[in-house]
Design a protein around this ligand. Sequence first.
Ligand code: TRP
Ligand code: SF4
Length: 327
Amino acid sequence: MSNNRVVSGMRPTGKLHLGHFHGVLDNWLKLQNEYECFFFAADWHSLTTEYADTSGIRESTREMVLDWLAFGLDPKKCTIFEQSLVPHHSELNLILGMITPVSWLERNPTYKEMQDNLEHKDLSTFGFLGYPVLMAADIIIYKATRVPVGHDQLPHLEITREIARRFNHLYGQVFPEPEALLTETPKLTGLDGRKMSKSYGNSIYLSDTAEDTRKKIMTMITDTQRVRRADPGEPDRCIAFNLHRLYVSQERLDMIVPACRGAEIGCVECKKILAESVVEGLAPFRARREELAARPELVSDVLSDGSKRAQEESGTTLAEVRAALKF
Ligand code: TRP
Ligand code: SF4
């Protein structure tokens, strides 16, 4: 079991925002050079919450994968695929479902949490309860050893490990127990100071125009304790400054910080500097996205090639699984 395989998925929720960019994706980008990586669009997982209206999933998948490619995920370096194009995941999901105690799933903290957060949706389904089982199948079908995830996914990964262990215990050693590669994400808040999220409408998208980006940044909350222009500000309390840290040059930061504390610079002026830095920083990415978007077959070609590769790999594991089960 000395392979070093990385598997990670993202639910297609549409265009990606800067929170994804500076969290998950820059990590994936590094990993594709260091490991054998499988990255996929978890469209079946979207179905667990979107089953009543599936109309957006296809387009969301396309937009998301376009962002991945524009950002630099390279189908020559890693396998990029779509979950539903690799039906092996679902066969393993079924088998793992047979050995997974319901109590493990009911105990899953994100289960109750999501049900409470999405009160308007009926999530009392078999599939939603089984979300972590499908996720376990996604991971162990490639015998992954590492799974880059954020903190919120740790309980799911723990269930994956328990399921793998139980399978090995019942049928003999087939699966390694994958470890989380925790993604250290820089603090990136939305325009209003809450977590950047599509559902809050407070996000800057990679696919926004330069003009939209400038407008959004000018509405960003700064230091709420700085009421008047003459009041001294504090960058460490300033919401916008989280973005400054990522996009404004150190040289300029060294000027801004004392100027803010000494009330020598106003927030409007300061955010103009920020806006220009962000627009400039994103320009190459945006140019590339536009270029790629003009190739209508690109995303479907990448996904269909990647899914074929994924199908081969997952098929090999599944043959071992059937043998282990004496089928
Ligand atoms: N549950 C993950 C999320 O919401 C998405 C996901 C599905 C995933 N299958 C996976 C992540 C396998 C890592 C590995 O972010
Ligand atoms: Fe934030 Fe800049 Fe305003 Fe200071 S001057 S509070 S760093 S926006």
